[in-house]
Design a binder for this molecule. Structure first.
Ligand code: GLP
Length: 267
């Protein structure tokens, strides 16, 4: 696992976007796994700028969403598919190459299974990931099994509280969603976890230096052979350096040499 710690969220966005762009340049048929949420805004903005500058071409790219609310109107601007279609439009990717959990189907269990197969078949090259304040990954809430696949889930109270800011009220926030499972997500070749802001610091510390446990779903990324964690100073502020040093060798963790100084200044 490589950990990159940068002063602010726009530099975090550049770092994560560059990982995606260099994958797209090197892969004949790139499949990118996208996350939603405010953390991703600087990453997606930077990808759109790289595209606008002509430094990367998304011609043959397929985009796959991690998760989707159940119960929103198909045209709701907060439906993740609509948010990602807006981004796709900025990088010249047509709607038919933007894929998400088919939550408007009648049989949601069948829809989830079908989407899981599509994601597995696509062989995601880079999967962008955010982290919830409760350590969730996509909508895999604490307690989600490591071998979980794409499925219908109920959102935790903590997630409802955090995500109600995107809706008129807590009551208007969807209670259920379809999410890729932890097993599905970790099939991607390269996992890129992005976290910014001090409100994410405890969850980041639990995921990176705590136990690998279903109680902290994001901790599963430590079992993956190619993981990059990109943090801003505030999100890194609760990392326990003694514990990190202890597990660093055992888990082949590197803190990006270019940002070691930043890491120390972040304390
Ligand atoms: C949401 C999404 C996740 C996202 C996370 C963090 O509930 N389902 O995919 O990564 O929570 O969101 P934000 O970046 O807005 O903090």
């Amino acid at each position: 696992m490589r950990i990159v710690i940068l002063p602010n969220e726009s530099q975090v966005g550049v770092e994560a976007a560059q990982i995606v762009a260099s994958y797209v340049r090197s892969a004949p048929r790139p499949a990118i796994g996208l996350a939603t949420g405010s953390t991703m805004n600087p990453v997606l903005d930077c990808l759109a700028s790289i595209y606008a500058n002509g430094a990367v071409c998304f011609d043959s790219v397929e985009l796959f969403l991690l998760d989707e609310y159940v119960g929103l109107d198909r045209s709701h601007p907060r439906a993740y598919i609509n948010e990602i279609r807006c981004f796709a439009d900025r990088i010249g990717v047509p709607e038919d190459r933007v894929h998400g959990p088919p939550v408007w189907d009648r049989d949601l269990n069948e829809a989830a299974t079908r989407y899981d197969k599509a994601v597995v078949r696509a062989q995601i090259g880079v999967q962008l990931l955010g982290i919830g304040e409760n350590g969730h990954l996509a909508f895999n809430e604490p307690g989600s099994p490591h071998d979980s696949t794409t499925r219908l889930v109920r959102l935790s109270v903590s997630t409802l509280e955090a995500n109600s800011r995107f809706f008129d009220s807590n009551e208007a926030t969807p209670r259920t969603a379809i999410t890729q499972g932890l097993s599905t997500i970790t099939r991607a070749k390269h996992l890129v976890l992005v976290a910014t802001g001090s409100h994410k610091a405890p969850a980041v510390a639990d995921a990176i230096t705590g136990e690998v446990t279903t109680a902290v779903p994001a901790s599963i990324i430590r079992r993956h052979p190619q993981t990059t964690v990109v943090l801003d100073y505030p999100a890194s502020s609760a990392l326990d350096l003694t514990r990190l040093a202890a597990i660093r060798e055992a888990e082949a963790i590197t803190v990006d040499p270019g940002t070691n100084d930043g890491f120390n200044r972040a304390r």
